[in-house]
Design a protein. Sequence first.
Length: 471
Amino acid sequence: MAAPVVVILAAGEGTRMRSAAPKLLHPICGRPMIAWPVAAALGAGAAKVVVVDSAERPLEGAVSGVEFAIQERANGTADAVKAAGPHISGHGTVIVMHGDHPLITSKTLEALVDAHTRSGAAATVATAVLDDPSGYGRVVRAPDGTVERIVETKAPGDASERDLEIREINTGLYAFEGPELLTALEEVSADNAQGELYLPDVLRILRGQGRGVAAHVIADSGELGINDRAGLAAVRAVAQRRINEGHMLTGVTIVDPACTVIDADVRIGADSIIEPYSSLRGSTSVGERAIVGPLSTLIDTVVGDGVTIVHSYAVGAEVGERVSVGPFSFLRPGTVLREGSKAGAFVEIKNSDVGAGTKIPHLSYIGDADIGERTNLGASTITANYDGSRKHRTTIGSGVKTSVDTTLVAPVELGDGAFTAAGSVIGKDVPPGGLGGSPGVARSAQRNVEGYAERRERRDAAGTPPGRDGE
Ligand code: UD1
Ligand code: CA
């Protein structure tokens, strides 16, 4: 059988969300709601995917690989399918799905098409039996088990007391024979409680023409629709469970899946451990054997193998192999921590390149800096990168050691192997192997001691205590 066309209805007003944003743009696990049915349709091998969009609140740009049809006014689900008419004509099987049922999977779509092909019906509707069917259209079956019609229950007036006792609901997912769908749509009227064109009416019309209408019962959470924010949370929970299970099956330990947030596009390598209360968002990827959490948030962050990130928050950062982060680090966009480096407690870094093996263990702010390898920044080393109007860079070489409370007033450079004294304000470059600053001396009086590293080595060798040779 030729691949079906899939039409996704997404032009409704979504008033029950009480939101300024279109319902189908509300995110679920890092992707807009509309991206979920689109992914299911593409995954099921759809010949093409048509999204019926509203003229006022366009979704265009939120998804790719689809065609858009515009419904001028939200005049009901049948009217929405009509808007897709030109995209359907000439095609055989057409699947219609609602954009607000994001848990429907490719497998569910494939199974529906199979059932539809087997039954030879003009239309097959996917149904589900719910304990609480309120708000959904109810499936009225004929004595022979086929579908007679669907009764709407959203507004009073369409359904009788008896209809309301039915627990089998219309999931809003259908397979149709395209040509028959298009003809039947012409006959749908707005003579109902909401004064709209109801798509389920097509089933009654087809039946009246002596054509078969079948039901296909699904039971995979696909029936869960989103009409309000409570529904959004319920669907998100199911989607999250699926994502977490997927990672666990590929070798990731998630210590407490119920309190771990992992977005749909996140990748995690085998033998990594995600500790409780961690959020991995957006395009984050984590290597193998890493430990993330407890209580860490990674947003659009790339983490290498063997990294540890405890109680920390990273956004737009790149963390190399075997780096140690936290507790209580804040890594901001443009942070690169190279192999084996460390950002320790109460350290904030942004737009800076930290070389391999370099340690920033405590209470530092590093902004707009380039730091070489195996450098150690003492507690409270701060880059003063902003002069009130412009940002400047700080360059710190390899093998540098800054003492506690060093303020680096950018633009400034510390050469390879340089030192700074405790409590220094460094506004002038310090040459390689030199010592910048002096305890208790103001910046204007800064003095650089040439050849300090060599003297220090000699001093250490001789066992002379520091402070005796004028440093
Ligand atoms: C609809 C069905 C109901 C079913 C339920 C499943 C109708 C009349 N009723 O009710 O039988 O149980 O879905 O969730 O079809 N849309 C448009 N244009 C419109 C109106 C809606 O594109 O003019 C889209 C919406 O964006 C949404 C979908 O169609 O994605 C369903 O619309 P909604 O108003 O939520 O229908 P329900 O009242 O939930
Ligand atoms: Ca709905």
